[in-house]
Design a protein around this ligand. Structure first.
Ligand code: HEC
Length: 130
């Protein structure tokens, strides 16, 4: 699509409208690949109604619940990127009593900082579950 070459404002606007859903789908595919590469699905699902591997209850919080919890909080993306890379502190659990896992192990070995930031950004942008 030659959106940027367009000088006509209406054509440009139409271009952007068409491009948006495609960009979202590309984001979803990229995030799902990162989550697969990172092995996050061993412990996380997107929706809390999804089942984990082997039909068991997921070990960590559903990512849509993570988005709901931190929505609108300044610094959440930085803080969660740090926690995902370093692992969570079992003595200061953010999801105590809400999930079966005690702590998240460090994920810095599987995803680099930019990849983690991209995935966390996608998680935080998830819309509330219907
Ligand atoms: C071995 C299980 C496991 C794996 C693998 C795992 N997590 Fe977690 N994750 C957890 C648990 C347990 C928690 C809840 C921690 C807490 O209570 O503070 C959690 C919490 C989180 C949170 C919320 C943190 C907070 O402080 O609220 C995010 C975001 C997250 N995980 C993302 C990821 C991503 C991205 C990956 C893959 C790169 C991943 N997790 C891999 C178990 C896991």
């Amino acid at each position: 699509m030659k959106c940027l070459a367009s000088t006509h404002a209406a054509a440009l606007a139409a271009c952007l409208l068409l491009a948006l859903p495609a960009a979202q789908a590309a984001d979803d595919a990229a995030a799902q690949k990162l989550a697969r590469d990172g092995g996050c699905g061993t412990c996380h699902t997107v929706d809390h109604t999804d089942k984990g591997p082997g039909g068991l209850k997921p070990i960590g919080p559903a990512w849509r619940d993570v988005a709901d919890r931190y929505r609108g909080q300044a610094g959440a993306a930085d803080e969660l990127t740090r926690i995902v890379r370093a692992g969570s502190n079992p003595y200061a659990s953010h999801w105590k009593g809400k999930v079966s896992g005690i702590a998240m192990p460090p994920n810095a070995v599987v995803l680099d900082e930019a990849q983690t930031r991209e995935l966390v950004g996608w998680i935080l942008a998830l819309k509330p579950q219907k």
